[in-house]
Design a protein around this ligand. Structure first.
Ligand code: NAP
Length: 495
């Protein structure tokens, strides 16, 4: 569709978050005036962009899918990227959302107009005014490249795992992989047979446990198709046991050594080389960094044609990567598996609030919001996957659906109370964040002895949800107007 001049609700981003928000709004009111703008040419977000070999979800698919759009067609308990991408496209097509999406349309700026109570939004396809903006731009959308001295001199091929260069053949090449996080563990085993020599640069080893993956057979799929309640029941069971993890991660980290033993046995079984095994043993509590799930990562690192460099890297030259011990590793290609910039989302630089400052300026490197969704000084703005909504144990899709409920409830309140705008009070936001940070004290993410992207430069944790996800679901069920100020709509103003 073309970009309209004005819209009631503008959703920015057509990944899991944007699809969840728009679907819930339309489910409640099929006639709602909702438009999604998407910077790329298709929906899917991170599951459209990340196409590296072996890309899959490390959360069970029965949970990592929409509750309102179950699919009996998944082939594995941990779905692969092409299937998840296909699933999202299917949801959009079946729900009719496709007609409400403006593709290749990037938000470049959005300023709150307090006189008219609208957002003046600038995009790569022109301007649009929106009564309400839902920023569903994702946390893992901007690849992070480390500032390694000399990187600009490298004469070979370089790319990031999130923007995989499929035109480049790695066969017979000497390849360096920088980073050993959730992405690297998935693609390194896939490329190791092709490369002549693979050198993996590790800064911090991670705890790795087996991925209990299996294919879903014909009978199981038929059961889910015929009796959807059976799939719902499986989802419920998986949800329940995943929630149990939080008891250990957030409330009783002392029991974590029990799970750590599983990871230690996995490491002992898969890595025979004593030097590599020692280098791969983390020195922090399991869960402090994202626990990795893989059946072949450690085994691959144990191969003789795979080098593990645990001293880190200091420089890149025309044809090599120099490690911290001064050794030069000659390579043809460098693959950065160095993650994303979740605490500095580009959208935060584009949104300008009531005092003329951007959201990034408000946050000053330490994002915070009320219920991860609304921010004082930014009326009628709703963030999806906002601060302190990330999880280490369960599915972010559950959190996104909770936030979508909150948006739906807010829209209903605006209408019922004939309000032009709502804005969370500074007091409510401050109190909520002091609860968040008190709750995070003592969790494994804050005190587990590692440095991770969960912590900002001040050591604060603006990323993780500190407790059970059902508590977030309960707190976002109804829009709590008592924590907001509202501006009444003018005579004749549509709400
Ligand atoms: P990541 O987990 O943030 O890992 C980045 C890796 O790069 C880490 O090993 C990090 O080392 C290393 N690194 C970063 N900067 C470096 C530098 N300057 N020099 C050397 N090494 C450096 O990134 P990711 O693997 O892309 O995953 C990001 C997130 O995406 C995950 O946490 C997860 O939430 C999500 N993800 C999910 C799935 C899924 O299946 N659901 C799959 C892939 C990714 P340090 O550990 O020392 O920082």
């Amino acid at each position: 569709m073309n970009l309209p001049e004005s819209v009631r609700v503008l959703v920015v981003g057509a990944g899991f978050a944007g699809i969840a928000a728009a679907s819930r709004i339309l489910d409640e009111d099929p006639g709602a005036d909702v438009v999604i703008i998407e910077r790329a040419g298709d929906v899917g977000g991170t599951w459209r962009d990340n196409t590296y070999p072996g890309c899959a979800c490390d959360v069970p698919t029965s949970l990592y899918s929409f509750s309102f759009a179950p699919s009996p067609d998944w082939t594995h308990t941990f779905a692969r990227q092409p299937e998840i991408y296909r699933y999202l496209r299917g949801v959009v097509d079946k729900s009719g959302l496709r007609d409400r999406i403006v593709t290749d349309c990037e938000l470049t700026g959005a300023t709150w107009d307090g006189v008219r109570s609208v957002w003046n939004v600038e995009t790569s396809k022109g301007s649009v005014t929106a009564d309400v903006v839902v920023a569903a731009t994702g946390a893992l959308s901007t690849p992070k490249f480390p500032q390694v001295p000399g990187v600009e001199k490298f004469a070979g091929t370089m790319f990031h795992s999130a923007t995989w260069n499929h035109d480049h053949d790695l066969t017979g090449e000497r390849v360096a992989v920088i980073g050993t996080g959730a992405s690297a563990v998935q693609f390194v085993p896939e490329i190791a047979d092709r490369t002549a020599r693979l050198t993996v640069f590790q800064r911090t080893p991670a705890w790795v446990v087996p991925r209990l993956d299996r294919t879903l057979g014909r009978i199981e799929k038929a059961l889910y198709r015929r009796f959807p309640a059976s799939q719902k029941a499986v989802r419920g069971v998986i949800y329940g046991y995943r929630e149990a993890y939080v008891t250990a991660l957030a409330h009783h980290p002392k029991v974590l050594p029990l799970v750590t033993n599983v990871a230690k046995v996995h490491l002992r079984r898969q890595v025979k080389n004593p030097a590599k095994r020692a280098a791969l043993m983390p020195d922090f509590m399991l869960g402090c960094k994202r626990m990795l799930l893989s059946n072949d990562w450690l085994k691959t690192l144990d191969r003789d044609d795979v080098d593990l460099v645990a001293s880190g890297l200091t420089e890149i030259t025309e044809n090599s990567v120099i490690d911290a011990d001064g050794n030069a590793h000659q390579v043809d290609t460098i693959i950065f598996a160095t993650g994303f910039t979740p605490t500095e989302p580009p959208v935060s630089h584009a949104l300008v609030g009531t005092d003329g400052r951007t959201l990034a300026e408000h946050w000053a490197g330490s994002p915070n919001a009320f219920k991860g969704t609304t921010v004082h000084g930014f009326p009628n703005l709703f963030l999806m996957y906002g601060p302190n909504t990330n999880l280490g144990h369960s599915s972010i899709v559950y959190m996104l659906e909770s936030q979508a409920n909150y948006v739906v409830s807010a829209l209903a309140q605006l209408e019922e109370r004939r309000l032009a705008s709502v804005e969370v009070t500074e007091h409510a936001q401050r109190q909520y964040n002091s609860w968040i940070h008190d709750s995070l004290d003592g969790t494994v993410w804050n005190t587990g002895g590692c440095s991770s992207w969960y912590l900002d430069s001040e050591g604060k944790n603006p990323v993780m949800w500190p407790t059970y996800t059902f508590r977030f679901r309960n707190s976002t069920r109804t829009f709590d107007m008592s924590q907001y100020t509202g501006v009444p709509a003018k005579e004749g103003q549509q709400v």
